[in-house]
Structure formats: C-alpha cells, structure tokens
Design a protein around this ligand. Structure first.
Ligand code: PEP
Ligand code: MG
Length: 746
C-alpha cells in the first residue's frame, strides 16, 4: 500500500523538496506516526534533517547531528535499526530544541543504505510509549531502500546546506599495497558491474515471489552445473567459492529474508538489493577475515541472482572508456588480459598480494595497479573519477580538485623523470668503482618486448612463457607457440632472451586444462613437475622454441627444479628434440644454454650437483622466499611479515651466488627483489651482477648503480652476514649506506 503510494509520488513532476515532504507525510500516515523525519549524511559527516512531518518546519536543513551523535547519529554509525519506547531516556539521546521533539517518547529509526553505505536515516516517532514491532522496522527498511535510490539519483545538491555535498559522492582514499609503480588518472570500470535496479515496487506480490523462485532455481542449477563440470573450474579456491555459493543459495534464512522483502511490496530484484544492503553493511563493519569472505561470497551470489532476474548477463568484452581503471574484488591474470590494453590505465583490487600473478601481469603490461583497497567495490560507481598512486599503494576515489591537481603535477614530473631515465639508457651500467651490472627485463608478452629499446636493457632475463597460455582460450598449438617465440626473438634482435619453460599450476591456472583440486597448489602439481609428467606438453614447447630459434642461439630455463635429476630429465627431452630436429633437416641452435631456476629450498643443499649440470642458474626470489618463510606470496598478511632480505634469506641467496662462483656459472636474480632499490643493493652487495626485473624498474635501478660505490657496501654486508648485523637489520644497514652515499633510489 505504502509502496504503491510512494511510487505515485515518485512519478509526479515535483521538485525534490516537495517530493520528500510528501514522502514523509505518507510514511507518517501509513505508520500512524506523529513524526516522520529523513536525515541525509553529508560529506562532512553531519546528518542534515532533509524533510519532516511533525517536527518544526524551520528545523529542516538547519538541524544536524554528527555521526555517532544522538539516536540518529548512532543508527547511521552502526547501520542498524533502533526501536525504543522511551527514547529520551536512552543515553545517546541528544535534544535539539529547534525541532520541538521533546514530547515524543517512542522512536523507530532505520539506516538508509545503498551498497552497504549509510546515506541517511529515516525516523518515525510517537508521543505515546508505543512499541514498534519487527514488522514495522522491516517496513521502514523497505521504504528506506527506495529513499536510498532517491539520494543516489536525485539532485539533492540544491537542497543541502550550501558548501556541502551528500556523503555518497564524498571523495575517499584507500591505503592498499603497491603492485606496480606509476600514477594513473581515469574513470572507474567495475570488472563485475553492478546491476542497476529500476523496477522497485511490486505490481503483484505473488508474481514477484514466483519470479524469485524461478531465478533462484536457475541460479542453483547453474552453480550445480559449474561444480559438476570439474574440468572447467580447476582451482580449488574456485570450487570452495562455488560450494559456499551452493550453501547460501539453499539457505532458508537468506531465501526467507528475500521473500519477506517481497511480501513488504518490493519487486524481486529490489528485494535482493534490499537484503544485499544488509550484507554489505555487515561486511563493511566486519573485521574477522573469514566472515568477511563469506559475506563477500553472499554479495557475489546476490549479484548473480540480480543478473538472472534482470537478464543482464555481462558481456565478456565491454567497451572501455579511453582511460579505464578496473575495479574488482579480485581477478585472475587471464581475466585482466581479456581487456583492451590500449585503453586500460590501471587496476584496483580489494584482494591480492604484490607477487600474485595478476600483479605480475599488470606489471608486464605497464598497467598501474594497487591491491588490498578494502571495500572499494561497494563504494564506487562506474564512471567515477579515480586516481591510482601505484608507488604509494594509494587510491583516490572521486578525488577533490586539489588532489587531482597534485596528481596532474606528479604525472608531469614523472614524465620528466622518465625522460631523465631514458637519457641514461645508453650509459653502461657500471658502479662508480667499476663493477659492471647486467640489467635485464622480466617479460612474457610480445607486447612488452619493444620496451627493451626504451630502457636500454641488455636482454630478457626471464620470459614467462605461460602468459601466452594464460591468455589463450585453448591450448596454443605448436605453430602458434613457435610464431610467438620467433616474433619475440625478432623484436629482441641481438639481445638475448631466456625462455622459461611452462610454469603453470599453482595460481597460474589454465581454464582449458583439466586438473584436480589441490590443498596447496603452490606446492602441488605445477611447473616442471607437470611438464615431466605430461611430456607431450613439454616436448611441444621445446619443439616450438627450437623451430623459432632456427639455428640461432637459444636459452632455456627450467622452473621449479626440486632435485637435480628433474633438470637432467628435462635436458634429455631437449636433446631428443634436437636430434629429431636435425633428422628432419632443420638447423639446431648454434649455441644452446640450459639453466635451472633456484626457487625450491631443497636445491640450496644440492648446489654442487646442479651447478655442473647447468649452463646458468636463475634465482626466483618470489617462490624461494615464499618457501623459505612458509608464507604464501599471494597473501600479504603473511608475506609482508617477513623481510626477504633479512639475514636468513640473504644468506640463502648468497649460498647460490658463492656456488655459482665456485663453478664459474652465471647467476641471475629474476624474482621481484631485483627491481626494488634496497633489495637490489642487497643483491649486489652479496656479489650478484645480473638482475632481471620489470621494465619500469630499470631506470631507477640503473641510476642507483651509476652513483654507487659498491665495495664498501659489500664489506659491510659481508660482515653483517657473518657476525649478525649488530642489532641492525640488513635493511636499516643498507638504508644508512643509501644516505651516506646519497644514492637516488627511485
Ligand atoms: C619467482 O618465483 O621468483 C619467479 C621469478 O617466478 P614466478 O614469479 O613466475 O613464479
Ligand atoms: Mg617462481
């Protein structure tokens, strides 16, 4: 009844204030309340009285309460309804004389929520000591859903006290973790776009219930199908999420709440949004990570249901604005690669760690990225202005003019810095005391190879061949692989490329490759283990590499070697392929170098066996540190807790450097460590001279090298590694050297 009347008011050609006045009158009449007031949250944190039936008219747009102040402030702060039959005796009661509210004893207030954010508060009051029942609170919450939509879509700026903004559009800053350096200014594109509900009010409640039932059934069937279709969803995480979905989809409590909201007069989709609002509000306040995750799952499920109800299955490929910044809860590397790269400026995720593969892909695409921006998805709308400050790990949503100007200036400065680094590109990379350091790129896509010209790097120290496999929708064939490698070699010209054999598995999931769920995929059936177990895949790749080299020198790197015999076995596969190549009358590479990645700790204790077998070795610090510290590289809550250049880790790396020196074999660092100034300094201090990193790091690291007097730093670190750093950490020790030598560090 009330909702129908509200709809009529919404359809009338009224000015915003007149409409609001009519709405509060209607609510008061329907709820048999003496007072109905509506407060809107402003960007300064004050709740401004926007309309009232029953309180003094002159208090409208004059009376304000701060968040947490008075009953209204309390409801807004906690995002929970509050029902009292003796309001003035509540400890939070704040009396505002201009309203004349002292005579009202009973009080029912509900938060006005949208996407879990509080936009305002809706209150009814009565003079008598009335007890408002749960039904009444529920009806108020339903009405509040519609008011929320009004706040979001109407032009309230004219009504609000001059100089203020409604809170919904407030600018917000998020402190996350840096995935890549750089600054990007652009517009929000939601990776998982929110469904916009336009039809709020039920024409026919029974029909809406039937629609809901049908949609729930469709959704359940699709979840069951996904679960049964094990080969499509190989990651165990994914399965776990689907299982949770299934649980929620069949959860009576959830379904009952949806049905109840329809019973109160909402359309099926508005009911989903109404229940989703509660979940989001709880999510924003929840600190327990497990419960937060489950609430997130429930939120995803509500989105899924909304899509079914509104027939808006998202198109895989959407038109992006020219300066698109993707915002998502999380995203796999393959999903990121599906977007049009010419328009993509940045990525912001709520989850993810700096060494997660989506971060690595973002880095290799030159896309600015930040992770761990908590709750950002529910706070932004597609098209909002957004700035990502990659270096600081900060995100500014709807930035103020001043913030925007600051960043425009920073972009100008960083363009100048880039020009400055570009000017260094032809200078030999040698320290002031004559130590030559070879700087190389980490790469993986043909698209990022032309950057070799911009940085002046010596070559590619790590070409992650799995990226091509991750972008593809099916297994790339021999010919396609060979073409890609040939193209890469052609772009690199004389500059060497180290091709790493497929490192799939773990979180590098290929959707088309059947795999079984694993408890610990990073330590599971991945990389060369999978390669040796499925020799067809490995042989095809080696054949493609040999064909692409077409007689020219070739460098192949074997990932995740755990035991020397695995390396030997891989070499045998390569040798066989060379024989096959020659038999077919093709040219073998004029020089073939095969290297081993040292990233599994066990190999640290077999260095004197692996070194003679390998032509070169390469340290993967991302995996090595993850395994040494037993801290998941993709989980910042643990991975950030352990400094990768603390004594134990640096000693481990030095074992490799020393063994390589004993055996006269080149050693490269190709994990993320090499691209960070203090970390790179630590590596040079223990004798590493070959560093492979994301292209954007070459300039800053090179500038540091050109200014560096390395030998005294080497002596200090050697002493610290032997005797302990005298109460200092290696990091503080190196920071002191940076200051003493006045080194530029990016
Ligand atoms: C590493 O582990 O450090 C590495 C370079 O390999 P990836 O990050 O691809 O596992
Ligand atoms: Mg690795």
């Amino acid at each position: 009844m009330l909702l129908r009347q509200l709809r009529e008011v919404m359809a009338e050609p009224l000015a915003s204030q007149a409409r609001l006045d009519k709405i509060v009158d209607l609510i008061a009449e329907n709820m048999r309340a003496d007072v109905c007031s509506f407060y809107v949250l402003r960007d300064d944190g004050a709740l401004e009285l926007f309309a009232t039936h029953g309180l003094k008219a002159e208090s409208v747009h004059l009376t304000t309460l701060r968040l947490g102040e008075g009953l209204v402030g309390l409801i807004a702060a906690e995002a929970e309804p509050l029902s009292l039959d003796d309001a003035p005796s509540h400890p939070a009661f704040a009396y505002r004389p201009e309203t004349g509210e002292e005579k009202y004893n009973s009080f029912l207030g509900v938060p006005v929520l949208r996407a879990g954010q509080t936009l305002g508060v809706l209150v009814v009051q009565n003079a008598d000591h009335r007890h408002y029942g749960e039904d009444e609170a529920e009806a108020m919450l339903t009405t509040a859903t519609i008011l929320a939509e009004m706040v979001a879509t109407s032009d309230f700026v004219n009504l609000i006290r001059p100089g203020s903004e409604i809170d919904l559009r407030r600018s917000r800053m998020f402190n996350g973790v840096s995935f890549t350096d750089g600054i990007a200014l652009g517009k929000v594109v939601l990776h998982d776009p929110r469904v916009v509900v336009t039809n709020f009010i039920a024409e026919d409640t029974d029909a809406e219930k039937l629609r809901l039932d049908a949609a729930l059934e469709t959704m359940r069937v699709s979840i069951d199908a996904m679960l049964d279709h094990g080969d499509m969803q190989p990651s165990s995480d994914h399965r776990e999420i689907l299982e949770t979905y299934r649980m929620f989809a069949n959860d009576r409590g959830w379904v009952n709440r949806l049905t109840e909201a329809i019973g109160n007069g909402l359309s099926a989709e508005a009911a989903v949004e109404r229940v989703q609002n509660d979940t989001r509000a709880r999510m924003l306040r929840q600190t327990d990570p497990y419960i937060r995750d489950r609430l997130h799952d429930l939120d995803d499920l509500a989105n899924r249901l909304l899509r079914v109800l509104t027939n808006s299955n998202q198109p895989a490929q959407r038109d992006l604005p020219d300066n698109a910044i993707l915002v998502a809860r999380n995203m796999g590397p393959a999903e990121l690669l599906e977007y049009d790269r010419t328009k993509l400026r940045g990525v912001v995720l709520e989850e993810g760690g700096a060494t997660a593969h989506v971060a690595i892909v973002a880095r290799s695409l030159g896309v600015v990225a930040v992770g761990q921006a908590q709750s950002i998805v529910s706070m932004c709308e597609s098209g909002d202005d957004i700035i990502i400050d990659g270096s600081a790990g900060q995100v500014h949503l709807r930035p103020t003019r001043e913030v925007e100007q600051t960043y425009i200036d920073k972009v100008r400065i960083s363009a100048r810095r880039r020009a400055h680094y570009a000017a260094l590109k032809n200078r030999p990379s040698v320290t002031r005391d004559g130590v030559e350091i070879t700087l190389l790129h980490n790469s993986g896509l043909v698209a990022d190879l032309p950057m070799l010209d911009d940085t002046g790097a010596t070559g590619v120290g790590l070409f992650r061949t799995e990226l091509q496999f991750m972008i593809a929708s099916r297994l790339p064939r021999l010919k396609e692989q060979a073409e890609l490698y040939a193209e890469a070699l052609a772009i690199a010209g004389d500059r060497p490329i180290v091709f790493r054999l497929l490192d799939i598995g773990g979180d590098k999931v290929l959707p088309y490759l059947r795999s079984t769920a694993e408890e610990n995929p990073a330590m599971g059936y991945r990389s060369i283990r999978l390669g040796l177990d499925r020799p067809g895949l490995l042989r095809t790749q080696i054949r493609a590499l040999l064909q692409a080299a077409n007689g020219r020198p070739l460098r192949i790197l074997v990932p995740m070697v755990t035991e020397t015999f695995e390396f030997r076995q891989t070499k045998q596969v390569i040798v066989k392929e060379i024989e096959r190549l020659k038999r077919a009358g093709h040219k073998a590479p004029e020089k073939l170098e095969i290297g081993a990645m040292i990233e599994v700790p066990s190999l640290l204790f077999e260095l004197d066996q692996i070194m003679p077998e390998a032509d070169f070795v390469s340290i993967g610090s991302n995996d090595l540190v993850q395994f040494l510290t037993a801290a998941d590289r993709a989980n910042p809550r643990v991975s950030k807790a352990y400094d990768p250049i603390a004594l134990p880790r640096l000693r481990a790396i030095r074992l490799v450097v020393d063994a390589a020196a004993r055996h006269g074999k080149p050693v490269t660092m190709c994990g993320e460590l090499a691209g960070k100034p203090i970390e790179a300094l630590a590596l040079m201090a223990i004798g590493m001279t070959r560093l492979s990193m994301g292209p954007a790091s070459i300039g800053p690291i090179k500038e540091m090298i050109l200014n560096l007097e390395l030998k005294p730093v080497q002596a200090a670190v050697a002493e610290a590694l032997g005797a302990g750093a005298n109460g200092h950490t290696i990091r503080t020790l190196l920071t002191e050297w940076v200051e003493r030598q006045n080194l530029p560090i990016g």
